[in-house]
Ligand binder design. Structure first.
Ligand code: NA7
Length: 546
């Protein structure tokens, strides 16, 4: 609330609070939310653990980190001048460029003056008596606000393997999401990478270029497909800038806000020759087309899924010279696209190099990390550097790491112990005035598109509250139930939910996250937005507003 509006309300005077709104995190969510909060005239403060803005793109500095959504579909879309002002250099931008872009946005809007860096939030407690929030930072300092907005990311709580001895290794060890700011030199070094998800794949193909010897510890192979990245030509740059309206209109219309969307045909509605030709065309095209622009039944029909899986398996066999290694790289326990598809650039060819070894960590599990390297059930390896590309405690993990308490001191972690429950992924029952950007059960897909929508919806709600002199917003239990039931029903019949992955809330390295949950909304982004828009249009009847 602006100071004036707040004074008229019966709640505690705004001036008694440090801020109207506290935002946790200065990634893309927190940055955009700060811009909108300022426009509402609110006194806002962002607390950020890192030393700079950028969130995901601040932390994930590992070698080879880059987009696998088209750069021009990924940036902020809300400012037309900014779109014209910034020129992406490649179709899939590398992390340093994205971080430069986000700093450019922060400078353009003078955001840093309202962001407190090096300030991890340890606790956020709702104050029953006043309907406000008290935030405690890791340094013990306390800050109060009317609203709490979380911009803490869906994949931001890195997890190390639960393997004995992780602390004992004497060489250099890094988690990909906690990469040092200084360059790491691999030349001539014995390097291990544990993990072959989207991050591991990007890391491996880069590190293999210079490492003396690279040993990859793969527990589960993933289906990877070519990214086909290249520089944006001056002519393409002109085209892109002239077509931003169409480009973002397309993102608004597609299932998951990517430029690609499912082909309207079923796999078996075409001849085998047509099918093969279509797969070839997708395999030769840049980006996620082969995953999200494939036949419409690929992720619901087992026979359809087998067709594309067999196609990609053939490609792997063609690209990897040693047939035994090729078989190790072909997934056997899940079909194509049922887990996140890593996008690669000469990844499979890496295993043809004499300086690269693939170890099957399912057949010969890692027993312990030693002072000198890694001991499996089969052998002992010595390394100079160990890279943990072991992923994140996804979707709810970043929430679990902060002591968030709602009404009556109820812990959010406790509230979600049986699975996340939200209203449209943005509100939680018994946690009034807390709004989540990218919370569990929101639409994910092309993340910045989801972020912009979440921020705009929260901003609309805050504007409505200002206009009606309201100071408290809470999700009604019935609304939470309806939304949660809807999220569950969207997941029915999808092959994706039959597989362990971060998308099904499984992380072998986190206590209590060994069974699959439906932590991700699997409906379409347009349907999600229609639902949320309708709530706003009907005056937020699903919320208790006072
Ligand atoms: P992912 O996709 O969760 O991948 C983590 C990888 O680490 C995966 O291959 C895991 O094998 C492996 N892992 C994790 N713990 C262990 C242990 N203890 N031993 C051996 N191997 C292990 O994380 P990413 O960072 O690659 O990607 C996450 C998302 O971030 C990505 O989808 C993008 O959207 C951005 P597993 O498959 O569990 O057998």
């Amino acid at each position: 609330m602006s100071a004036a509006t707040m004074d008229q309300a019966k709640a505690p005077a705004a001036t008694a609070l440090d801020y109207d709104a506290i935002v946790i995190g200065a990634g893309m969510s927190g940055m955009y939310q700060l811009i909108r909060l300022r426009e509402l005239g609110l006194r806002a403060r962002v607390f950020e653990a890192g030393t700079g803005v950028g969130g995901t793109w601040y932390w994930n500095r590992y070698p080879g980190a880059r987009f696998d959504s088209e750069s021009y579909s990924y940036g902020f879309s809300f400012d037309k001048e900014l779109l014209q002002d910034w020129s992406w250099s490649e179709h899939f931008a590398p992390q340093p460029e994205t971080l430069r872009y986000l700093n450019h946005v922060a400078d353009r809007y003078d955001l840093k003056r309202d962001i407190q860096f090096r300030s991890p939030v340890a606790a956020a407690h709702y104050q029953d008596s006043s309907g406000t929030w008290a935030i405690t930072l890791a340094d013990g300092s306390r800050h109060t606000s009317r609203f709490l907005i979380t911009g803490i990311g869906a994949l931001s709580a890195p997890t190390l393997p639960r393997i004995e001895g992780v602390e004992s290794f004497r060489g250099q060890a890094f988690h990909t999401a906690k990469w040092p700011h200084e360059p790491v030199d691999f030349a001539g070094k014995r390097v291990a990478v544990i993990g072959t998800g989207a991050t591991g794949v990007q890391t491996i193909q880069e590190v293999a270029k210079t490492a003396g010897h690279l040993t990859v510890f793969q527990r589960t192979p993933n289906w990877c497909t070519p990214l086909h990245n290249r520089p944006i030509t001056p002519e393409e740059q002109v085209q892109i800038k002239a077509n931003y309206d169409d480009l973002f209109r397309r993102c608004r219309e597609t299932f998951a806000c990517f430029l690609h969307t499912a082909d309207p045909r079923g796999t078996f509605e075409v001849t085998p020759e047509e099918r093969e030709a279509f797969y070839e065309q997708l395999y030769a095209s840049p980006g996620f087309g082969i995953w999200v622009g494939n036949f419409k039944d690929m992720l619901i029909d087992r026979a359809a899924n087998k067709e594309i899986s067999d196609f990609v398996a053939r490609k792997i066999r063609q690209r990897v010279k040693d047939p035994k290694v090729a078989e190790m790289l072909i997934p056997k326990n899940h079909g194509f696209g049922t887990r996140r598809v890593p996008q690669e650039t000469h990844y499979y060819e890496v295993y043809n190099q004499p300086n690269v070894t693939l170890v099957d960590s399912k057949a010969t599990p890692i027993e312990r990390i030693t002072e000198r390297g890694i001991k499996t059930t089969d052998a002992e390896f010595e390394f100079d550097i160990i890279i943990y590309a072991t992923g994140f405690d996804a979707l709810t993990g970043a929430f679990d790491r902060i002591d968030i308490r709602g009404k009556g001191g109820l812990a959010l972690k406790q509230k979600w112990s049986g699975g996340a429950q939200t209203f449209v992924g943005m509100l939680v029952q018994d946690f009034p005035n807390m709004f989540m950007l990218l919370g569990p059960h929101t639409a994910l897909g092309n993340i910045p598109r989801s972020i912009e929508y979440n921020v705009e919806w929260v901003t609309g709600l805050l504007r409505h509250m200002q206009q009606h002199q309201l100071t408290l917003a809470a999700a009604k239990p019935s609304a939470v139930q309806t939304w949660t039931d809807h999220v569950m029903s969207c997941a029915e019949g999808l092959l994706t939910f039959e597989v362990d992955s971060w998308m099904t809330g499984v992380n072998s390295n986190v206590e209590g996250k060994q069974t699959r949950t439906i932590a991700r909304y699997a409906g379409s982004a347009p349907a999600y937005r229609a639902w949320c828009d309708d709530v706003a249009a009907r005056g937020y009847q699903e919320l208790d507003l006072s």
